[in-house]
Design a binder for this molecule. Structure first.
Ligand code: SF4
Ligand code: FES
Length: 248
């Protein structure tokens, strides 16, 4: 396939940035999107030009590092996949492809297509964990009975990889799907109940301080989430938050 790439180039956080055209030829439909960018970068390096900076790590949909906004969609046109799992067969010969960073006030651009998603880490640090007694008297988690439905729902919430596609997709740049998943993965389990009140209050407080917008129930986040995280987790977080506020 021969394609025209229109890529956001920005030298650093203070640079204004602009879209730059890059024609690319002989792209195999079997390449992943990131492999296609690797080929582009090799050609740029050979020409003595600066390669395009983009985030990636596992390249198998696990780590949540890859984060491109492709033709106006977080992680591109396929469903239930991250950018690293997107294949060039989703595009046609002659296509023009727009490639931009995830855009949100709370995700400032560092360089080209790389944004700083440290805000998610700070939300996690505020309460996205459980404290476990490691004195040697810890109860084996497998010895605590949990009904199947709760275990399955908690597991589904725990599949959130923290990529930020939900934020990039939301017209309000809301992080509610991410935070909802991180609250829900503990809310349904006995291990999570001990710190439940502080967890939801602290995580929501940090989310607001980071400058994310509020949820207006559009549901675009659920559509673009590569892990299919359900809006029901936002509803659960809101219930947890109300209960915690009344206790406080
Ligand atoms: S909820 Fe989905 S889109 Fe949002 S960070 Fe988690 S995996 Fe990514
Ligand atoms: S590089 Fe790890 S999820 Fe894409």
């Amino acid at each position: 396939m021969n394609l025209t790439l229109k890529i956001w180039r920005q030298k650093n956080a203070n640079d204004k940035g602009k879209m730059v055209d890059y024609p690319i030829s002989d792209v195999s439909p079997d390449m992943s999107f990131l492999e296609m960018l690797d080929v582009l970068n090799e050609s740029l390096v050979e020409k003595g030009e600066e390669p395009v900076a983009f985030d990636h790590d596992c390249r198998e949909g696990i780590c949540g590092m890859c984060s491109l906004y492709i033709n106006g969609e977080a992680h591109g046109p396929d469903r239930g996949v991250t950018t690293c799992q997107l294949h060039m067969r989703m595009f046609n010969d002659g296509d023009t492809i727009y490639i931009e960073p995830f855009r949100a006030k709370a995700f400032p651009v560092i360089k080209d297509l790389i944004v700083d998603r440290g805000a998610f880490d700070r939300i996690q640090h505020a309460g996205g964990f459980i404290s476990v007694n490691t004195s040697g008297n810890t109860i084996d988690a497998n010895a605590i009975p949990i009904n199947k439905e709760d275990a399955d729902t908690a597991f589904e919430a725990a599949t959130c990889i923290g990529c930020g596609a939900c934020v990039a997709t939301c017209k309000n740049s809301s992080a509610m799907l991410f935070v909802g998943a991180k609250v829900s993965q503990f809310a349904l389990l006995p291990q999570g109940k001990v710190e439940a009140t502080d967890r939801v209050l602290n995580m929501v407080k940090q989310m607001d301080e980071e400058g994310f917008g509020n949820c207006t129930n559009t549901g675009a986040c659920e559509v673009e989430c590569p892990k299919g995280i359900s809006l029901e987790h936002i509803a659960r977080m809101n219930r947890e938050y109300l209960t915690a506020s009344l206790k406080g």
